[in-house]
Design a binder for this molecule. Sequence first.
Ligand code: K2U
Ligand code: ZN
Length: 166
Amino acid sequence: MVLDILEYPDSRLRKIASPVAAVTADIRKLVADMAETMYTAPGVGLAATQVNVHKRVLVIDVSEARNDLRVFINPEIVAAEGEAECEEGCLSVPGYYDKVIRAAEITVRAQNEHGEMFELSTDGMLAVCIQHEMDHLIGKVFVDYLSPLKRARLSARLRKKQRLAG
Ligand code: K2U
Ligand code: ZN
């Protein structure tokens, strides 16, 4: 089912996700719901934190055809190289995009939805997205990287939007 996505500056986006002890049928149901929510948004990634589930689970699909779902459970970055700047957005900060600098290439170790460990080395959009989603699991949102001035302007815009929404 499609889950509600928390919107910045909701304080629950700041919670730290816990490791998944065992990849059970419940975790697989969470993964299925997160994937459905991500495709519906639409987005190219979603962290469990964003749907108010504080477990270390990510779903990502950066494919053009939207048919290459990748599941990361208990992900950890084990190597990072270089720097790359990318225009980022976030389903929890709708309508706001800005440049963020992150590692250009990363190696991530995680479990899949069957609980099997795997390791992936990647760059490009997939690397950006994995780093963006893993930030969510430690309560970080991409707007935290912006200058205080930009963040102040964004907060004012969001307060106005929320006031108008009544
Ligand atoms: O909210 C999220 O975490 C989904 C993010 C994932 C993402 C962040 C930065 C760069 C790429 C992906 C996006 O909002 S999904 C929407 C989107 C799609 C394509 C490009 C940028 C943003
Ligand atoms: Zn995000």
